[in-house]
Design a protein around this ligand. Structure first.
Ligand code: ADE
Length: 225
């Protein structure tokens, strides 16, 4: 999967993709994340990419010209499955959407700033608008990083244990059950006996019960309750 992120604050994203699983995924050739500085695509001598809103009002608006230049350059080089705009008024991100998008080959993600982008960008270039939650961030960069992380970890081969993404919370519509590791007894705090029983079927049953109980207690909406 190739992800092209368009932003006017590229430095914000550099460190995020340079560590851990995301870095390894790129080194192993599973994913490629390219961050594009919107300011490289403006003809403005001061490298400005925003301007005042027509009709007045507070806040600045990201201009269409540099965004169009950047998206068109990328689209001339390859075909993109989606051109995504991160925005609080987009479709709320959840695991089913992540699963679907993880099958894409090439994605563009545009990060918004200031008051947002000129509406014509959304009408003419954007194929999908995504929000990571009902709150407003100061820019779309963190949201783009969240989406990219959720996508890249689903690419086959990225996680060491292929099954581990399948047992994530939400993958089967339930929250994940509790997990434990050594020592089995820490200062008298022990772990459920069943996990030491070696009885796989019993352990599976216990995990399922725990996942159900946790989901019922914390997210009954996932069970339609
Ligand atoms: N940009 C600002 N807030 C956002 C949010 N909640 N989701 C996606 N992009 C955003």
């Amino acid at each position: 999967m190739r992800i092209d992120i368009i932003t006017c604050l590229p430095k914000l994203l550099d460190s995020f993709f340079g560590y851990s699983i995301l870095q390894r995924a790129q080194q192993a050739g599973h994913a490629e994340v390219l961050v594009h500085d919107l300011r490289d695509y403006t003809a403005d001598k001061h490298r400005r990419v925003d301007d005042y809103p027509f009709g007045g009002g507070a806040g600045m608006v990201m201009q269409i010209e540099p965004i169009a230049n950047c998206i068109r350059k990328l689209q001339a080089e390859r075909t993109y499955d989606d051109v995504i705009y991160m925005t609080p008024d987009g479709e709320r991100l959840a695991q089913p959407l992540v699963n679907r998008l993880s099958l894409a080959q090439n994605l563009i993600i545009l990060c918004g700033h200031y008051k947002g982008v000129d509406e014509r960008v959304r009408e003419q270039f954007i194929t999908r608008e995504i929000s990571i939650g009902d709150y407003v961030l100061s820019g779309g960069e963190l949201a783009a990083a969240v989406l990219s992380d959720a996508l890249i970890r689903l690419i086959p081969g990225v996680l060491g244990d292929e099954t581990s993404a399948l047992t994530d919370s939400f993958q089967d519509g339930l929250l994940a059950p509790p997990i434990y590791t050594r020592p089995a007894n820490f200062e008298g705090w022990t772990i459920p006996d069943v996990l030491l029983s070696g009885h796989e079927a019993k352990i599976d049953d216990w995990r399922h019960e725990q996942a159900l109980a946790r989901t019922r207690a914390r997210r009954p909406d996932l069970l339609g309750e």
